[in-house]
Structure formats: structure tokens, C-alpha cells
Design a protein around this ligand. Structure first.
Ligand code: C2O
Length: 503
């Protein structure tokens, strides 16, 4: 089937924490923005008209592989030119993966202004069908009272030489602080939870109810029991919750922002958001108990449902060190090794399509794009060493990856760990966004079987704007055989006065 959405993107006002009304980016005059919903095998068409007036935009469908449609991935200056105010652009792609995703602006640090919503792909062949009665979607997010247009220049300035990220004013469930979820007793629900925040990871727990995790980031895993989970920005998790058989009380559930990420803790900051499982709305809605200890489930212990085995002996290893530093101009930048990402003038995809045999030469994409050319079908290993004291959730476009190793905090580089193939799980968990701990390391592997230009980046939006991005140029010759730059892409670039060839 074809599922079509008409999205007019424009400013509305919103006041989700009841404390401050501000301009927010909505769709068709509404915020929160609509959920995109489809089934495996569907063709999804999203007609976007940019009515913001003052900002360009683009949409990224986070976690979708875009196999065969790399030009629909959305990041501006990577797979397209951003859509200028007054222009339109149509996304059109087929979905062949089930699960819980989201879509968000991928232009200029924009999504924290509100352009972020869930994307749910139903699966008639889900192994968990029949184990639940109903599905519910729950988003968690962080919220700023100021617009990104105010926060970003201050963040990326000499006035902020340490790169301290703005601390959000609130945490939200379903973009509100007033969420009561009506449930029936004695039923099992599939909760699909998405962290759509700009910055804060969140601890999530339900009082009086256990979670049975069945999916992370679109990958089914063997059921695992959890009392609490941690979701970084951009991560998703679905779990089953079975409700009690009586209706004598309501139960709180909590999202609690990870305050270790914040350089300062404003005294009036309420870093929790509470919602309620409503069994009976004539009964009280109790405040949740405060916990002394936050012990979330360890996602590295999950086992994928399909039992995909470890990709052993990688063909290529890419080693990236995370460094926060300035370039002598007093402004803090984020680096992978010695490179802080700067977007190219010509979208990298168009460079790949127009460069002929030179497309396999990483240098043609511009050194500041930090491009790596991958050969079709090879096994790629990415090692990330955190030389910074913050947590970073790393995301790869176009794939999920085997998460084969993650050190504890302060463990140093992967080389320091002396780990060998024998230390890696035979059946590693897979997801598309993985948290790297302070001064620790992670190792990921994937097969380069999806020609396209795929970003690898920290999903903290502040770090995207300060350069913590590398570009995977995957099988560019194969891309040239199947793709030419479509007319609607050329139109948008022309409207931005951006050339689609040369660099
Ligand atoms: Cu949600 Cu570049 O991604």
C-alpha cells in the first residue's frame, strides 16, 4: 500500500511544560507533530512544504535503511540541499523493516524546536503478535524555553570556551507534562518508547509494573525483563507491560533526565517527568517515590531474535577518537581525531554521483566532511574512543550495527582493553544508536551492503552542530549505477542557489 502525508511545516506556539509559551515548529498548524505510521512493505510518500518563512528544513527518517533510496535520507548537504522557505519537496521510499523509529529535521540543529515525531512500522509477521492486546506509543524528550536560533550562536561562541551545553528546562512525555494513559486491567500492552530529545538521556521506569523488552531500535530481541531502562537521545525500545487485575489504584511512570550530562544543575530544574497508568480516574494519581539509585537494564546483554552471528575478521577498521577542543579561536569544537565536521557546499551524495571513477577517492568529498569510502559487501568495524568526560550516543545512518564491545567508564581506549575476537559475543545485540561512556570505548561492526552516503555522528544535537560527525561513502560506484539526481532535488538546490556538481 502507499501511505501519503501532506506536511506544511510552519511555526505555531506551544507551552508544553506550562511555564513558558514559545514559537515551536509544527506541522499543518499542530504541535506535537503527527505520527507517521505504515506497515512493512508499504511505500511512504511525504509531501513537505516549508512555510517557516525564516529557516530551511529537511526530514530524516531515523533508523530506516533507505536501501535503494539513499537520496531520501534527509540530512542537508549530505543527501539533499535543505528545502528553503516557500519551497516543497517530496520524500518517497519503501519500508522493509518493522519497529519503532522517528523522524526529525536534519538541518541546522533544528529538531529541538519541535520538528520531531514518532514513526511506527507495523509488522504482520512480528514474532510477538498475539502476546499483547494493544500498542501504545510513548515519547520522552527534553525541552528548552529558548529557540535554537538563540541558543546555538551562544553555544558555538567564544563566550562558551568549554562547550557547556544548554541545560533543558523540562522533560516531557508525549511532548507534555500532563500525560495520563488510560489502560484496562488484566491486559498486555506493547509500549513503543522513543527518546526524541536534543540532549538528555532518560531513565524510565513504571511503578508496580515490570517491562519485558522485545525490540530496540527496530531490531527484535529475545524477551528480557527490566525494571528500568535508559534511553539516550534517538534510542527506542519496545516492551510488554501486563496490567494488574484490579482497578483500585493508578500507577506513576517516570522519565528522569540523566543529570550527569549537564555541566551545571540549575536549582529550580525539575529533571523528572511523571505520567500515570490510569486504571480508574476517580482514584488518586500518586507522586512517584524517589529512588536513591538508578540501575538501568544493560542493553549489551540483549540477544537478537534472528540470532545473527558476529561478523568476524573485519575488512576495514575505522578508529575515531572523540575530542572536545578549540581551534585557537576560543570556540569549542567537537572532533573525531583531528577533524571537526563542516558541511560541504555540494551535498556529498551528488559528489559521489557526478565524480565518475574519482568517487572512490575520499579526498574529493572535502577533508572537513571526514569521509571514509567503503567497499561493497565488506565488513566494517568502527572503534570509538572517548577522550572526553561526557556520554555520547553514536548513531549510524543506513544501517543497524552489531554492538560488539563497550567498556566501562574511565577504561581508556579500546587498545587499552586488550580485548580479542574471543571476548566478543557470538550473537551480538544490534541497534542504530549506542551510548559510549565517559573516557571509555565502543566497537561496532556492520556489512557495507547498502550503497549510500551515511553519516556517523553523536546524536546530541549540540555535538552535531559542533562537528562530531564522520561520513561513510558506501559503495559509490554501485550508487552511480542505480541513481541519478532526481529533478526535485535539482529544484531545491537551484532554489538555494547551490550547484550540484563540483566542490
Ligand atoms: Cu536521528 Cu543523523 O540522525
Amino acid at each position: 500500500a502507499t501511505v501519503t502525508y501532506d506536511f506544511n511545516i510552519g511555526w505555531v506556539t506551544a507551552n508544553p511544560d506550562g511555564a513558558f509559551e514559545r514559537p515551536t515548529i509544527g506541522i499543518n498548524g499542530q504541535w506535537p507533530i503527527p505520527q507517521i505510521e505504515a506497515s512493512v512493505g508499504d511505500n511512504v510518500v511525504v509531501h513537505v512544504t516549508n512555510q517557516l518563512g525564516n529557516q530551511s528544513t529537511s526530514l530524516h527518517f531515523h533508523g530506516l535503511f533507505m536501501n535503494g533510496t539513499a537520496h531520501m535520507d534527509g540530512p542537508s548537504q549530505v543527501s539533499q540541499c535543505s528545502i528553503p522557505p516557500g519551497s516543497s519537496f517530496t520524500y518517497n521510499f519503501t519500508i522493509n523493516q518493522p519497529g519503532t523509529y522517528w523522524y526529525h529535521s536534519h538541518t541546522g540543529g533544528q529538531y529541538p524546536d519541535g520538528l520531531r515525531g514518532p514513526l511506527i512500522i507495523h509488522d504482520p509477521d512480528s514474532p510477538f503478535l498475539g502476546q499483547y492486546d494493544e500498542e501504545l506509543v510513548l515519547t520522552v524528550s527534553d525541552w528548552y524555553h529558548e529557540q535554537m536560533a538563540v541558543l546555538l550562536p551562544a553555544f558555538n561562541s567564544k563566550g562558551n570556551p568549554t562547550g557547556a551545553e544548554p541545560v533543558p528546562q523540562a522533560a516531557l512525555f508525549n511532548e507534555t507534562q500532563d500525560l495520563k494513559v488510560a489502560i484496562q486491567p488484566g491486559k498486555t500492552y506493547l509500549f513503543r518508547v522513543v527518546n526524541m530529545g536534543a540532549f538528555a538521556g532518560q531513565y524510565i521506569w513504571f511503578e508496580g509494573h515490570n517491562m519485558t523488552i522485545v525490540e530496540v531500535d527496530g531490531v527484535y530481541h529475545q524477551p528480557a525483563e527490566a525494571e528500568m531502562i535508559y534511553l539516550s537521545a534517538a534510542q527506542r525500545c519496545s516492551f510488554l507491560i501486563t496490567t494488574k487485575n484490579e482497578t483500585t489504584a493508578n500507577y506513576a511512570f517516570v522519565g528522569s533526565m540523566d543529570t550527569t550530562l549537564f555541566d551545571t544543575l540549575p536549582e529550580d530544574l525539575n529533571y523528572n517527568v511523571t505520567g500515570w497508568l490510569t486504571y480508574n480516574d476517580t482514584q488518586p494519581f500518586p507522586e512517584p517515590a524517589l529512588l536513591d539509585e538508578l540501575n538501568p537494564f544493560d542493553d549489551m546483554t540483549l540477544i537478537p531474535y534472528d540470532n545473527q552471528t558476529l561478523f568476524s575478521n573485519p575488512d576495514t577498521t575505522i578508529e575515531l577518537n572523540v575530542i572536545m577542543d578549540n581551534l585557537g579561536d576560543g570556540v569549542n569544537y567537537a572532533f573525531f581525531n583531528n577533524i571537526t565536521y563542516i558541511a560541504p557546499k555540494v551535498p556529498s551524495l551528488y559528489t559521489a554521483l557526478s565524480a565518475g571513477d574519482l568517487a572512490t577517492d575520499a579526498s574529493i568529498y572535502g577533508s572537513y566532511t571526514h569521509s571514509f569510502v567503503l567497499e561493497r559487501g565488506e565488513i566494517v568495524q568502527i572503534i570509538v574512543n572517548n577522550l572526553d568526560s561526557g556520554r555520547h550516543p553514536f548513531h549510524l545512518h543506513g544501517h543497524n550495527f552489531q554492538a560488539i564491545y563497550r567498556s566501562e567508564e574511565e577504561a581508556g581506549t579500546f587498545a587499552d582493553s586488550n580485548a580479542t575476537e574471543a571476548d566478543f559475543p557470538a550473537i551480538p545485540m544490534r541497534r542504530d544508536t549506542l551510548v559510549l561512556y565517559p573516557d571509555g570505548n565502543i566497537v561496532l561492526r556492520f556489512r557495507a551492503d547498502n550503497p549510500g552516503i551515511w553519516l556517523f555522528h553523536c546524536h546530541i544535537e549540540w555535538h552535531v552542530t559542533s562537528g562530531l560527525i564522520a561520513t561513510m561513502v558506501e559503495a559509490p560506484k554501485a550508487l552511480q549505477e542505480t541513481l541519478t539526481i532526481p529533478q526535485n532535488h535539482l529544484d531545491v538546490c537551484a532554489a538555494q542557489q547551490i550547484s550540484t556538481t563540483g566542490n
